[in-house]
Design a protein around this ligand. Sequence first.
Ligand code: SF4
Length: 346
Amino acid sequence: METKKKDIRALTREQLRGFFVDQGDRAFRGNQVYEWLWQKSAHSFDVMTNLSKETRGLLEANFVINHIRVDQMQRSADGTIKNAVRLHDGLVVESVLIPTANRTTACVSSQVGCSLDCKFCATARLKRMRNLNPDEIYDQVVAIDNESRLYFDRPLSNIVFMGMGEPLMNYNNVLKAIDKITSPAGLGMSPKRITVSTSGVPKMIKKMADDGVKFKLAVSLHSAIDEIRTSIMPFNATFTLTDLREALQYWYNRTKSRITYEYVVWEGINDTQRDVDALVDFCKFAPSKVNLIEYNPIDDGQFQQASKTALDRYVGTLEENGIVVTVRRSRGKDIDAACGQLANKH
Ligand code: SF4
């Protein structure tokens, strides 16, 4: 009976070294393989040319390399690229490359589907199938880095965890992926260029603070009034704004790093002065930045982008209160790569 081979990228460097020692070989062989797997993103043992044929055969007999495949790549008129990424078990997630004048940002997924149920989000309509493994997150980044070099002649500069899924519901794997992305043995990117965007899971925000993470935090707020937030993000009934604020205060006290809020203004939902005042009030406890994001309807028309007057009211009031505010135009609308359309969302 054939035994199932193990995914070699689930092994740490130490475990790989141990494997070779157990086989009567030298531990450094593990380092060589680790380098092929992570720094060089090898998709087969055959390409590991500094290993003997026997060693490659040994690896082949014991392991598989489960890598992602970009099944379909769509390019938008504005340069945005959306990848449909097939996982080894046939499930599909999406990731997006967003180019601006001097940056290339990768928006990556952390789960297949999502366990939360935000009413404005396309991903919420897919049920959560599973968490992504660290290597599946890492591979999305590598694929976008390659595309950035190919089409824009520069490496990837920033990463946002804003694709499918709630990253803090898959915290351990997200952390492991970021570890590889930032490690010199991986992509060597600075953690300051990575933003984890959460819909706000208080317990996990505190854990991130305790873990001393170096990447940035963004919170998809969308309303600072409990009843309204619960109506569009039902999990807010459990993780209330009071809990969220308390966790963010904890985060700020520990990290002293500014908090970014992602915020969409919808017509008839959160477009009044009362909504703006509640947001100002919510932000007060720590230095904050609010990104007002243009919304892209996902289909049924329940959510519509608010008027320019409403947006101006937000910008004016936030600025008057010393809160940094930016208005983000949406990218890649023509290929459904914009926020709220992917499977992308928060
Ligand atoms: S907005 Fe984010 S947390 Fe909410 S359902 Fe969509 S993917 Fe999940």
